[in-house]
Design a protein around this ligand. Structure first.
Ligand code: EPZ
Length: 423
């Protein structure tokens, strides 16, 4: 096997995967838990923290705001808020991750004023923040946009009835955290119900916030006085997207895996779709047991907000369908522009045609290895999965994208028999 160049991963299909993999904590939960520490002084302990680049980037952002972080042990994060906060989120940090927008609500409700640069993150085309702004404006915030910055101010936010036209994860989290100190009651209708949003609610409640309807599409937050919350210890919810990545790898390579820590109750729909593709999947006390004994079968899939099939699963599912028996139609309902990795899959011999927010995938018996690029976090992971289904060698560049959201993907796959190396 050719040694991969720095920043590259090389993968070869060598046969079935066998063994057990532990799923770490969820990126899309831990980043918001870290931001919630803005709300109250004290020292927080987060556990089940994934070793990913986005956690380091968020730590840098929070350090710039005035919250210190240290790592007492792998998988744990200690964060200290002395109350000496600077409500300004600089471009350098903000442009690197989308979750930086989540400092808007907590800084506004805690400090009465915030300025931050428009957020960056994975390039899926337009990613507006109009729902965040409309929700906070309904609570009395005044916004100003200039020179690429968002500025918001309000002496004290007041309760409001907020109804989202779309159950945005980020907008739900921003309005939710802002409402914690608002004067009165805030209701959020058509709120996002993702397990990561529930995890944030649970941490806020353990800090002393008054939130009801957790897990439903209607959240009700009764404002409490500033200074009445306390720092806590919290365990991050497992990462359902990373769990799905290992099942996708199994689906294309064949074999048998135990995926520990994965929460079947968070993945009901996607597990059902994997079964429709021919995989055997059983919940077990501490995770999921999965078997892929034969070639996958094609299915049609559409992405939807939770509890629908998450858009983050889609690159994995299209990769599975590219070697499945039959034709599958995949419809993207959240990010119509989230198809950039298709050209990379086609370099590997996949037969995929896109039309607007639909992709038609005709399964081929085997892909053929080639050099490909990771365009974003999930697209990068899908390239690794594709490499496990390809003749010869697949070399993936741009793996810093993968590092942003995956905790030792290469090591975990290697531990169950994959022929994969990185430099
Ligand atoms: C979160 O992004 C996740 N990121 C994304 O995961 C995930 O794809 C997405 O939720 C959907 O599940 C984090 O949690 C850090 P949204 P977020 O606001 O909050 C539109 C990954 O790979 N919208 O729910 O940015 C928006 O354009 C990442 O881990 C508005 O129109 O997603 C999109 O079409 C990628 N106006 C839809 O809603 C707004 O003000 C969903 O966005 C806000 C959103």
């Amino acid at each position: 096997m050719m040694a991969p160049a720095p920043g590259q991963i090389a993968v070869r299909h060598v046969g079935e995967l066998k063994g057990s993999i532990d799923v770490p904590g969820a990126k899309n939960a831990v980043l918001k838990l870290m931001v919630a520490t803005i709300l109250a002084d004290g020292t927080y302990e987060l556990s089940n923290v994934p070793q990913i680049a986005d956690v380091a980037i968020m730590s840098d952002l929070l350090e710039a705001i005035g919250i210190t972080t240290d790592v007492p042990a792998p998988g744990r994060l200690r964060m200290t808020n002395t109350g000496d906060l600077v409500p300004i989120a600089p471009y350098e940090q903000v442009e690197r991750i989308r979750a930086s927008i989540n400092v808007l609500g907590p800084l506004l409700t805690r400090c009465g004023h915030v300025r931050l640069s428009m957020p960056g993150g994975d390039d899926f085309g337009a990613r507006p923040i109009d729902l965040h702004v409309a929700g906070l404006e309904a609570m009395g915030a005044v916004f100003k946009f200039s020179h690429g910055d968002v500025e918001a101010s309000a002496d004290r936010l007041h309760g409001a009835d907020v109804t989202f036209s779309f159950p945005s994860v980020g907008a739900t989290e921003n309005v939710l955290t802002a409402a914690v100190f608002a004067d009165g009651v805030t209701s959020i209708d058509n709120a996002a119900r993702e397990p990561e949003v529930i995890d944030l609610c649970e941490m806020l409640v353990s800090m002393g916030a008054d939130i009801s309807g957790v897990g439903s599409s209607r959240l009700v937050v009764r404002g409490v006085p500033r200074g009445s919350l306390r720092a806590v210890a919290h365990r991050t919810v497992p990462d359902r997207i990373q769990a799905a990545t290992y099942r996708a790898a199994l689906g294309v390579a064949g074999g048998e895996l135990t995926i520990r820590e994965a929460r079947p109750d968070h993945m009901h729909n996607v597990l059902a779709r994997f079964r429709d593709m021919g995989m055997e999947i059983e919940p077990i006390p501490d995770g999921v047991h999965a078997v892929a004994a034969s070639r996958l079968r094609s299915i049609d899939v559409q992405t939807l907000p939770y509890p629908g099939i998450a858009t983050d699963y889609k690159p994995l599912m299209i990769t599975m369908l590219s070697v499945a028996e039959g034709v599958g139609i995949v419809t993207e309902n959240l990010y119509p522009g989230r198809f950039r990795y298709i050209e990379e899959l086609m370099r590997l011999g996949a037969d995929v045609r896109t039309n607007g927010h639909h992709a038609v995938v005709r399964g081929v018996p085997r892909l053929s290895g080639a050099p490909v690029k990771a365009h974003d976090i999930r697209a990068g992971a899908a390239m690794v999965v594709a490499g496990l289904a390809a003749e010869g060698e697949t070399v993936i560049s741009g793996v810093d994208h993968i590092d942003r959201g995956y905790d030792d993907l290469v090591g975990r796959l290697r531990s169950v028999g994959a022929d994969i190396t990185r430099c």
